[in-house]
Design a protein around this ligand. Sequence first.
Ligand code: ZN
Length: 285
Amino acid sequence: MVWPQKKQAASDASQKRSIGKGVFRKCDGCGETLTAEAFAENFEVCPSCGQHHKLAGARWRGLLLDDGALEAWDQHLRPSDPLGFTDGKTYGERVASAQRSSGAEEAIEIGRASIEGIPIGYGAFLFAFMGGSMGSVVGEKIARLFERSTAQKLPVVLLQASGGARMQEGILSLMQMAKTVAALERHRAASLPFVSVLLHPTTGGVAASFALLGDVNMAEPKALIGFAGPRVIETTIRQKLPEGFQRSEFLLAHGMVDCITSRLDMRREIARVVSLLSRAQPEKA
Ligand SMILES: [Zn+2]
């Protein structure tokens, strides 16, 4: 018996995503079916119900930054595999496959940019890269984002979207929580503002360290923000959680989040907050 030859896939996953024309997609919020172009033109916000779907890093730059321009910092940093971690695949293989599918080197990009003419230190998690998980490179880049911004007297705007610590780096991932917060504290000691933008989802070690320490914590509508997931908490405390628990709106009502801003208004709102906080700086004698 002769088995038919398996055909090679004509394109890989990264190419498929770029084919948008004539493709229809269903909104996660209202279930309405619209063309992929209709979502793309509106920065992945549903034109019918306002549901926010995930937006790629390059589109965020285009949406928020002047001319979409980022002068990237520390692009040379690469993860190592100190634990020799393997879970079916080696950690090195997982990183290589994430680089291929996401087109990014790591799960965050940082650099100098400006918003409505205001110079800022800018960072953005890239969720497509291993769920935006924080390993030693991500932690180091966040620490450097705060350190360089402190040296250059820049406010920091950081877009969060992460599943938390990267398990393949074990304790080294958890150590990033303390390191990043220490760098953030030095930035704060220099009276420089930090706007933390919480996207869906912001969880685990990222939520438990710098993400909720913004001078202003600005969230997207309906974003999941919290440390452990709702199911884990329910089985631990054996209680039913209230409706909307860990979503932006719930956290705003309970004081964990300062404002909820539509993605489409975010550029203007971030610029407004940064300029207000910068002006509030006391005059140095
Ligand atoms: Zn919708």
